[in-house]
Design a protein around this ligand. Structure first.
Ligand SMILES: [Cu+2]
Length: 508
């Protein structure tokens, strides 16, 4: 089924679902003063080599509304921004103070399977997990988040996500801003839905299960469309899409360029300017932005093409279930106001001094992965009528998704890879775009929907690629993973992952 036919089908499905489903009508964005951009203190573990995390429940008021039940690491919602040094070992002590099991994955860290934090490393309530992370990889912005099968989507949505910066000490030589919260800003961008009372809403309709859960309101570091001060200087933005499913198309309202300096897994040889940057769930980019003109400016996002496109929205805009989480026009993500401070960096560097990446041409093996959205057919009637909104994926008539015709199975290892090998993987998808993430590796995109010269977002070292029809990647396997603690590959639309669009592999 192609994407167009899929969208027609899911519009009909949404219409049916709205009859029998409790759907929250989103409250309107509050007018008036916008909140300040929260910038959590950096948890710098470069000296101590120790990272203590407490997964716990909390209460958070979103957009000035009443308190919502949320989850976080060391705080009520989200987690700290950790900075570690390349070349050091980090001894983690993660205590699970939730009343449910939790696995926590280090997304982007090149560490062995036994400390990777996939679903095989669940921590029972009240228990402690103490992995030692050997950080041995280029500087980059990684993150960590819940990875509990099949509850990842709900746990991340409720707040279990934090940032893990890897620093190599050479940013001053590169001419890059690096003062956290001043000219080096980490931005966790998330969409959220609030119910009529203004509380965080995560009730899944069938449409949400198919397309992934999206919200109509945008939050950065937990604040809705905030406003952040910046020096009149060149500022570094570390962008993370921490949404469950929303794909952002970021651009500044005045068209000023973002100079991309890094993708998921490391720096580019030189900054590359772009006016628009696509950011799918799980992906990170670091960009430099010049605020020396002193003008306040907003970072905007366009609509998500995975939602069906403008024509589609017109047809179904009167359907409430469809309208919640559906945004047709451009939206403000946050705005920056230069406050007159002088900054340390006042020009975009010509180069970062990184070696350009060389593409492998010899491969030890080729593998092929097809992302399947509907194993066993459309879930049209299956659970549709009685399938009210609920918070968890399994049961309730949700779709069964998979890879190569098979849903994820904790007991079945899908692939066995040789340690030290380089492989050629082809990933194909139909109907929707899917952000495909592989644990324990970094890869390069060889070809994507644009052909043999990948689009800007697919250059550089990566661990997550948005597959729009087809992507070919070169994957280097440097970390071991046994059958007791295998690595995962999966769609990073978290509702798809929980519905089974995931597999696991050993490296030995
Ligand atoms: Cu997907």
């Amino acid at each position: 089924m192609d994407r167009r036919r899929f969208f027609k089908h899911s519009a009909a499905m949404a219409a049916t679902a709205s009859l029998g489903t409790i759907i929250a009508q989103p409250v309107r964005a509050s007018r008036g003063k916008r909140p300040n951009l929260p910038m959590p203190e950096l948890l710098d573990v470069t000296g101590s080599g120790r990272l203590t995390l407490n997964a716990r429940s909390g209460q958070t008021a979103f957009a000035g509304g009443p308190s919502s039940s949320t989850l976080g690491y060391n705080q009520d919602y989200l987690g700290p921004f950790v900075r570690a040094r390349s070349g050091q070992e980090v001894a983690v002590r993660l205590q699970n103070d939730l009343d449910e099991s939790l696995a926590t994955h280090w997304h982007g860290l090149l560490v062995p399977g036994e400390v990777d934090g996939g679903p095989h490393q669940e921590i029972a309530p009240g228990k402690v997990w103490e992995p030692i992370l050997p950080i041995d990889q280029p500087a980059s912005t990684a993150w960590f988040h819940a990875h509990t099968f099949p509850h990842t989507a709900r746990q991340v949505y409720r707040g279990l996500a934090g940032v893990f910066q890897i620093d190599d000490g050479h940013d001053p030589d590169r001419g890059l801003p690096q003062e956290h919260g001043v000219d080096d800003l980490t931005l966790v961008i998330q969409d959220r839905r609030l119910d009529e009372a203004g509380r965080l809403d995560y009730r899944l309709s069938m449409f949400d299960r198919m397309h992934g859960f999206q919200g109509d309101r945008l939050f950065v570091n937990g604040a809705e469309q905030p406003r952040g001060p910046v020096p009149n200087a060149v500022v570094r933005l570390r962008l993370l899409n921490g949404s469950n499913a929303r794909i952002f198309h970021l651009r500044f309202e005045d068209g000023r360029p973002m100079h991309v300096i890094a993708s998921d897994a490391g720096f580019w040889p030189k900054p590359v300017p772009t006016e628009e940057l696509r950011l799918s769930p799980g992906e990170r980019f670091e960009v430099l932005v010049d605020f020396r003109d002193g003008r306040e400016v907003a970072l905007m996002t366009g609509p998500d093409q995975n939602r069906g496109g403008p024509g589609m929205m017109g047809v179904v805009s009167n359907i409430r279930s469809f309208a919640s989480g559906l945004v047709e026009g451009d939206q403000r993500v946050l705005s920056f106001h230069p406050d007159g401070r002088k900054g340390r960096v006042d020009r975009i560097p010509e180069a970062t001094g990184e070696a350009s990446w060389s593409q492998p041409t010899n491969f030890d093996k080729r593998r092929h992965f097809r992302l399947d959205m509907m194993l066993g057919g459309m879930p049209m009637m299956r659970g549709m009528m009685g399938g009210g909104a609920s918070e968890d994926m399994p049961g309730g008539g949700g779709p069964s998704m998979g890879i190569n015709g098979r849903p994820f199975d904790m007991q079945h290892i899908n692939e066995a890879v040789a340690l030290g090998s380089v492989e050629h993987w082809t990933i194909e998808s139909d109907m929707l775009m899917h952000p495909f993430h592989i644990h324990g590796v970094h890869f390069q995109v060889l070809a994507d929907e644009t052909g043999q010269t990948p689009r800007l977002e697919n250059r550089g070292p990566k661990d997550t690629v948005l597959v729009d029809g087809r992507a070919e990647i070169a994957v280097r396997f440097t970390q071991p993973a046994s059958k007791d603690s295998p690595f995962m590959y999966h769609c990073h639309i978290l509702e798809h992952e929980d519905a089974g669009m995931m597999g696991h592999f050993t490296v030995s």
